[in-house]
Structures are given as structure tokens and as C-alpha cells.
Design a protein around this ligand. Structure first.
Ligand code: OSB
Ligand code: MG
Length: 369
């Protein structure tokens, strides 16, 4: 595929409700949409780097810089065979996984459209529907959180993830368990605790949580291994796993029993699949995390989550959980069995609506050789 031209759109969309974690709060969600053109087809990829360096060191600003100054020049006007080839071309760039993942995602979509294959087929996904869960941010009060959970359960979500932080943890979980004793419930700390907090995790062990996500520091593996040995509840790593090498280290040390794979965090779908395969070979189940994506990023994640070792409900909810109106058609809707349907059309299998993309665009740049 000759990459004839590239276009970047930095967009901004308002979340239907603010999203708050242990470390940050967001109401306006930025994204960069990467568009690759070849033989009259357009491939779309989404960069999920946030407004600030809170979840990871990348931001929408660093991603724009790395894409425009370094990554795009390595593929523009070049023949690109597949995602692996994109990664080989980008190899001189260290880090910046989210920027690379966006470019690679656009290539998958383009390739699918040119070769008339769905992303799911290209990745080797097997399920026609993926289990959908929902991630609920920190609320103003415990009562508010309970009412949000009730609403989401009534909408059909069967796995609820709450965000925890010191002071918003044990008591909250206790109250939720009182009202929802059998709910598939898990807690994500976004790295808010230290090894000194062992007592809190020991107490959380009594509440039959599905897993505890990223309790300790974002780049830690060793302390998670020590903590996991003292807990019944499985630890799931998110922030700590940025590469296949991190996954290997976590498995060898026993730092977790589950991995949340976000393709963007690990540099793209190509690496995500390698981590999936490594985990599968080691009987470590995985699931797909989310980054409050638009429908473009969500479609790619949904295809990825259709691979066989995705064994837990994913942070891939209906479009309406995030946006008043998504930028794709059809939007993702929650099926009555708490699943999302995997698109089967070529590439991402969803149509980007140009007027909506225009409406949310805050900056754009076109690149032609
Ligand atoms: O830690 O999983 C996380 C959103 C943004 C950044 C980090 C995280 C999240 C979520 C929401 O939990 C997942 C989603 O529904 O997209
Ligand atoms: Mg997380």
C-alpha cells in the first residue's frame, strides 16, 4: 500500500458525564484522528493520549509532535505492507506508544478496506459479540455512586468497575456489597496506593471483587508481585504493562493474575496480539481496557477483544455511555445480553461521519509528499 497522503485531526468531545479517577478528572476528551489515504480509500486510527500526562507520560501535545515531526515522515510516500512493517519503520522512535498505535490502527483499517477484510478477520478474532462492562468514576458522595451503579445495572451492564483512591475505598465497597451482594464488581486504583497500604487490600479481600486493577505505582512490577502473593483477589495490571517485555516480567514474577490490554498503551494492535498470545500460553486471562474512545478507537478495541483469551468483560461500553453523539455510524449499542456486536464490514467496519468529525475538529494538518 502506497501511503499517498496523511491527515491529522485533533478533536475535542464533551463526555456525557465527567470522569474522575484517583489522579485526574476529565470533562472534555481530546483525541487525534489519523487518516491514511491510498487508492481512494481512507484508513482511520485514534490516538488516545489525554489532555495531560496523568494516565501515561504522553499527552495530545506530545503525540501531535511525534506524529508530525517523526512518525508520519517515516511512512509518507512509502510502500507499507502491514502493521508489522509500520512498526519496523517506526522502530527508531522510542516510547510514544499511543502515537505509534494510532498510526498503526489507521493502517489496519486501510488494509482491511483495500483487501476487503474485517479487522476481526485480520486479527484472528473468533467471537461475534464481546462482553461489555462499565467503568464508573469517583462521584460526589457514596449515595451518588450507588445511584449511578443502580442506573447502569438497570441499563443492562453486568460488570461494574469503580475507581478507588485512599479514603474512597473500603467503606464504598462495603456499601456497594450491601446493596449488590452478587454483582460482578471490581476496583481500579490507577496506581494510588503504596506497599504500606497492605492492610486495606487485605480487608478488600473479603468482598469478593473480580479483581483489583493497578493498585500500586504505574511503573512498578516487583511490589505488585509481593502484594499478589498476600492476596486472594486477583491483581490486574493496567499502567504497568507497556510492552511485551513488561508482560513477560509480570508473568515471571507473578505480579498479576490478569492483564488489562489496551492496544494504545502497548504501542498498537500488533503488540497487543503478541501480549494476548503470551498470556494465553501462560493461562493468564486478559480483557480490553478503554480510554474513553470515540467510535473509531472503540471499533478497533472491540475487534481485538474478540480474540479467544479475552475472558473477562471489557471496558468497552455503548457509545451513549460516553457521548451525546458518537462520530461513527452505526454507534455501538448494548445488546440485551450485555455485549457489543463485533463489526464485520471491511477494516474497522464502521463509517466515520465527516460532518461530525469537522464539528469536533480543533486543529488539522495534511501531509503530502
Ligand atoms: O484506568 O482504565 C483506566 C479511562 C481513561 C484512562 C484510564 C482508564 C479509564 C477507564 C475508562 O477506566 C474505560 C472506558 O470505558 O473507556
Ligand atoms: Mg485502569
Amino acid at each position: 500500500m502506497l501511503i499517498e497522503s496523511v491527515e491529522l485531526r485533533q478533536i475535542e468531545m464533551e463526555l456525557v458525564e465527567p470522569f474522575e479517577t484517583s489522579g485526574w478528572r476529565e470533562t472534555l476528551r481530546p483525541a487525534i484522528i489519523v487518516i491514511l489515504n491510498s487508492r481512494g480509500k481512507m484508513g482511520y486510527g485514534e490516538c488516545v493520549a489525554g489532555a495531560g500526562p496523568w494516565y501515561s507520560s504522553e499527552t495530545v501535545g506530545t503525540a501531535w509532535h511525534v506524529l508530525t515531526d517523526f512518525a508520519i515522515p517515516l511512512v509518507l510516500g512509502k510502500e507499507v505492507v502491514n502493521a508489522e512493517d509500520v512498526q519496523t519503520k517506526l522502530k527508531s522512535i522510542r516510547g510514544h506508544n499511543m502515537a505509534k498505535a494510532a498510526l498503526e490502527a489507521a493502517l489496519w483499517d486501510l488494509q482491511g478496506k483495500l483487501q476487503n477484510q474485517s479487522l476481526q478477520q485480520m486479527l484472528g478474532g473468533t467471537k461475534s459479540k464481546i462482553d461489555s462492562g462499565i467503568s464508573i468514576g469517583i462521584q460526589k458522595s457514596p449515595a451518588e455512586l450507588l445511584s449511578v451503579i443502580k442506573k447502569r445495572v438497570e441499563q443492562g451492564y453486568r460488570r461494574i468497575k469503580i475507581k478507588i483512591k485512599p479514603g474512597w475505598d473500603l467503606e464504598i465497597v462495603k456499601q456497594i456489597r450491601k446493596e449488590f451482594p452478587d454483582l460482578a464488581l471490581m476496583a481500579d486504583a490507577n496506581a494510588a496506593y503504596t506497599p504500606n497500604d497492605l492492610k486495606i487490600f487485605k480487608e478488600l479481600d473479603a468482598f469478593n471483587l473480580l479483581m483489583i486493577e493497578q493498585p500500586l505505582d504505574y511503573d512498578d512490577i516487583v511490589e505488585h508481585a509481593k502484594l499478589q502473593k498476600q492476596l486472594k483477589t486477583p491483581i490486574c495490571l493496567d499502567e504497568s504493562i507497556k510492552s511485551l517485555e513488561d508482560a513477560r516480567a509480570a508473568l515471571e514474577l507473578g505480579a498479576c493474575k490478569i492483564i488489562n490490554i489496551k492496544p494504545a498503551r502497548v504501542g498498537g494492535l500488533w503488540n497487543a496480539r503478541k501480549i494476548h498470545d503470551l498470556c494465553q500460553a501462560n493461562q493468564i486471562p486478559v480483557w480490553c481496557g478503554g480510554m474513553l474512545e470515540t467510535g473509531i478507537g472503540r471499533a478497533a478495541n472491540v475487534a481485538m477483544a474478540s480474540l479467544p483469551n479475552y475472558k473477562f468483560p471489557n471496558d468497552l461500553s455503548a457509545s451513549s455511555r460516553y457521548w451525546k453523539q458518537d462520530i461513527i455510524d452505526p454507534e455501538f449499542v448494548l445488546n440485551s445480553d450485555a455485549t457489543l456486536t463485533v463489526p464485520t464490514g471491511p477494516g474497522l467496519g464502521v463509517t466515520v461521519i465527516p460532518e461530525r468529525l469537522d464539528r469536533f475538529t480543533r486543529r488539522e494538518q495534511k501531509f503530502q509528499k
